[in-house]
Each structure stands twice: as C-alpha cells, then as structure tokens.
Design a protein. Structure first.
Length: 229
C-alpha cells in the first residue's frame, strides 16, 4: 500500500487559502463595524439635533396647538397606558393655557382600531371642549403625523407630546418639515427607560432618510381615511 506523499506545493496552497479566508472574514468584520458605526453616528445626530427643545411642561412656550402622537389601544378600545400618559400631559398643557387646541393623531386604518376616536373621547371626558379638539385619523406613523400636521392641518407652531424616548425623533421630523416645534415629555419626572433604545436607534436613522428624501405620507391629503371598499 502506497502512502501518498504531500509535497510542499500542496501545503503552500492550503496555507494560502486559509490566509485568504481570514482576509475575507476581517474585511467583512470591518465593513460590518463601519456600517454599525455609521448608523450610530446618524442616530446620535437625530437624537441631539433638537434635544434642546425639550422643556418641562410648566415652561412650555405658548403655542396654538399640542400635537399628540398615538400609541395604541388597550382591550376595550381605551387608550393604552402609554397613550393615556400622553393625553394627560396634553390636557395639562391645555388647562395651563399653554396651548389653545389639541391635535390628536393616530391610526384609524383598521375599522376595529379607532385610535383617534378613543383619544378624543378620553380628553372630552376630562373637560377639554369639543371645539378645541382636532383629529387626524391618518397619522399612521410619527413621520406621517408630523408631515400631515403641517400640510393638511396647517400647523406652523406646536408643542409635541410623547414620551422622552420618542421625543427627539418627533422633534427632528416636525422641525425638519416646517413646524416650529417644542417638546414636552409625557413621562416627565419618571426614570428613563432603555426598553426602546434599539428600536429608536434604527427609527431615528429611518426618520433621517425620510426627511432627506422628502417622503410623502401614505395619505398626503384629506383629514380622514377613506373607508375601504
């Protein structure tokens, strides 16, 4: 039985292939790290761009309207705890005379998910007069709500009401699309959460891209969503 002899040429080819694989792996790793760093830098830019416009509720400047972003409904069709917190802050702004009206922006694209109706009912039951409440039924996202507030509802100045983790992105979008916007954190005085940190990091980069591209909202006109056929 002959034992095959491995010559130096064969060993050289194997070593060369291994080095090539390592180079490819290092190149992929470097590319991935560069992309991650780029995303973090862009996210940080959006987060910090208008952060100085976040103020305590008692110091909010007087503006014509508070823009309240939707945050889902709880069982029974009532505002979720997160949304109720936003609505309570907006009511406090109205009662304090810092805003003259509330623009409630939510997603009513599903006939079984009437978000803005629940929002309106909540504030009306707590004493906000009907003529001070406006509803945007086509606020399908933070971007759509902000753009439509400006283009459909004619908002030029506003106080944005949402939680602190979301507020920097909302401020970036609103100020970038033509609204002189300030922000009040609905969870003011409460410990900051990192629960949404990853999602917000990616969402801030997406927001930057949509602003740069001047993307249109899904429903660029009309104050209500047309019923499905």
């Amino acid at each position: 039985m002959k034992i095959p002899v491995v010559g130096p040429g064969t060993m050289g080819r194997g070593g060369k292939n291994a080095r090539q694989v390592r180079r490819w792996m290092l190149a992929l790793l470097a590319t991935g790290l560069a992309a991650l760093l780029g995303l973090l830098v862009l996210s940080f830019y959006v987060e910090k761009r208008y952060e100085h416009r976040i103020i305590p509720r008692t110091q909010a400047p007087r503006k014509p309207v508070a823009l309240v972003y939707g945050a889902g409904l709880a069982p029974g069709g009532v505002p979720s705890p997160v949304l109720a917190q936003r609505l309570d802050a907006a009511i406090a702004l109205y009662e304090g005379g810092q805003v003259s009206a509330l623009l409630l922006s939510g997603d009513n694209s599903d006939p079984f998910h009437d978000e803005t109706r629940a929002m309106a009912r909540y504030v009306l039951e707590r004493g906000v007069p009907k003529d001070a409440v406006e509803q945007d039924n086509a606020g399908l996202s933070t971007y759509d709500s902000s753009v439509r507030a400006h283009t459909v509802f004619g908002v030029r100045e506003a106080v944005l009401v949402t939680q602190r983790f979301h507020l920097t992105r909302a401020l970036y979008i609103a100020n970038s699309v033509g609204i002189d916007a300030w922000g009040v954190a609905a969870d003011e005085g409460r410990p900051r959460t990192r629960r949404y940190a990853l999602r917000e990091s990616l969402s801030r980069v997406l927001a930057l891209g949509m602003v740069m591209a001047e993307a249109q909202p899904r429903y660029p006109s009309g104050r209500t969503i047309a019923p499905p056929r």
